[in-house]
Design a protein around this ligand. Structure first.
Ligand SMILES: Cc1cc2nc3c(=O)[nH]c(=O)nc-3n(C[C@H](O)[C@H](O)[C@H](O)COP(=O)(O)O)c2cc1C
Length: 304
C-alpha cells in the first residue's frame, strides 16, 4: 500500500494533485467528467472585486509544446462567486481542498476579496495571483519587492487562512520574491504562472492574440517551472506548489523531487481531462515500483 496523502498548511491533502487556476473554472465545470472530490484539490479561477468580461478574442492559441492565453482575468466577481460558486464547492467537495485564486490591481482590491470571503464556508485558503501577464499591471506586485511585501502584510493582517502567493517566473531572481513572501507572513508559494509571450500571423501581419501578448503554458515551460520550484524550495521553508507543464505522474514527480509538496495541472487538462486522475494513479504506481510507502518522503528528495 502506498500513502499519497500529505500534510500541508496544517491539513491533510489526500494526494498532492490539484487543478490549476483558470483551467478548471470553479470546479463544477468538471463535475460530470472526472471525480473532482478524489483530487488533492482545485484552485478556482481568479476572483476580483468586480465581475470582469476579460480580453477581446482571440484569447487562446496553440504554441509549440503548449498554448498562449490572454483571458484577462474574466470572472464572475466577488459577490457572485460567494453567492453562486462557493456553495457548490462547499456542498460537493468534502475531501478535495479548495484554494481561491485572488487577483487585483491595488492592495485594496486584494483586501476586498479576502475580507469578502473569509467568513464563508467551502474553501481552505487563498492563492494570491501577483503574476498574471495578461492584464495591465497584472504582474506589478509580483515584480516589485516593496509592493509585494506591502500586499502580503496587508492580507496576513486580515486572514488566518492559508495564504499562498503565486509567483511569476519573469524576474531575475525568483528567490528574492520568495523571501519577501516568507518574511511577510505567507504560508506557501506557487511556482509558476505563465511566461509572457507573443505569436504573430505573418499573412495578416497581426498578433494572433487579441491582447497582442499572452502567457505561455504547457510542457514547453516545464523545465523552467521545475527550476523555479527547486530554486524557491531550496531558499525558503514554506511549502511550495509546483506548476508548469505537468502532463503525467513522471512530470509531477520531477516537481516533488525538486521540493514541491503539492502540484497543479493546467493546460494538460484541456488536452485530456483524465490527466489529473491518471497522474494520481501514476504517482501511486511509481511509488510502488520504487518501494516508496509514503509519497511525501520524496518531497525535496533530489540529490543535486
Ligand atoms: C486559460 C488559462 C487561464 C489561466 N488563468 C489563471 C488565473 O486566473 N489565475 C492564475 O493565477 N493563473 C492562471 N493561469 C495560469 C495557470 O494556473 C498555470 O499557472 C499555468 O498555466 C502553468 O501551468 P500549466 O503549464 O500546467 O498550464 C491560467 C492559465 C491558462 C492556460
Amino acid at each position: 500500500m502506498v500513502d499519497l496523502s500529505i500534510q500541508v498548511f496544517g491539513v491533510d491533502f489526500q494526494n498532492p494533485v490539484l487543478l490549476a487556476s483558470g483551467t478548471c473554472g470553479y470546479g463544477e465545470e468538471y463535475a460530470d467528467i472526472i471525480p473532482v472530490d478524489e483530487l488533492g484539490g482545485i484552485v478556482t479561477k481568479a476572483v476580483t472585486p468586480e465581475p470582469r468580461a476579460g480580453n477581446p478574442p482571440t484569447r487562446v492559441s496553440e504554441t509549440p509544446g503548449g498554448m498562449i492565453n490572454a483571458i484577462g482575468l474574466a470572472n464572475v466577481g466577488l459577490a457572485r462567486f460567494r453567492r453562486e460558486k462557493l456553495p457548490w464547492l462547499r456542498d460537493n467537495l468534502s475531501k478535495a481542498r479548495v484554494l481561491v485564486n485572488v487577483a487585483g490591481w491595488s492592495v485594496n482590491d486584494f483586501v476586498k476579496v479576502v475580507a469578502g470571503l473569509d467568513d464563508a464556508d467551502g474553501f481552505l485558503g487563498y492563492e494570491v495571483n501577483v503574476s498574471c501577464p495578461n492584464v495591465e499591471g497584472g504582474t506589478m506586485f509580483g515584480t516589485d519587492e516593496l509592493s509585494l511585501a506591502q500586499l502580503v502584510r496587508a492580507l496576513r493582517a486580515i486572514t488566518e487562512r492559508p495564504l499562498v502567493v503565486k509567483l511569476t517566473p519573469n524576474v531575475a531572481d525568483i528567490g528574492v520574491f520568495a523571501d519577501i513572501c516568507e518574511e511577510n507572513g505567507a504560508d506557501g508559494l506557487s511556482t509558476i504562472n505563465t511566461f509572457p509571450g507573443m505569436v504573430i500571423d505573418i499573412e495578416a501581419r497581426r498578433p494572433v492574440i487579441g491582447n497582442v501578448t499572452g502567457g505561455i503554458s504547457g510542457p514547453a515551460i516545464r523545465p523552467m517551472g521545475v527550476f523555479a520550484t527547486w530554486k524557491v524550495a531550496s531558499r525558503v521553508k514554506l511549502p511550495v506548489i509546483g506548476i508548469g507543464g505537468i502532463c503525467n505522474a513522471r512530470d509531477a514527480m520531477e516537481y516533488m523531487l525538486a521540493g514541491a509538496s503539492l502540484v497543479q495541472i493546467g493546460t494538460a487538462m484541456f488536452v485530456d481531462p483524465y490527466t489529473a486522475p491518471e497522474t494520481i494513479k501514476g504517482l501511486h504506481d511509481i511509488c510502488e515500483r520504487q518501494g516508496v510507502a509514503q509519497l511525501s518522503e520524496l518531497v525535496g528528495a533530489l540529490e543535486a
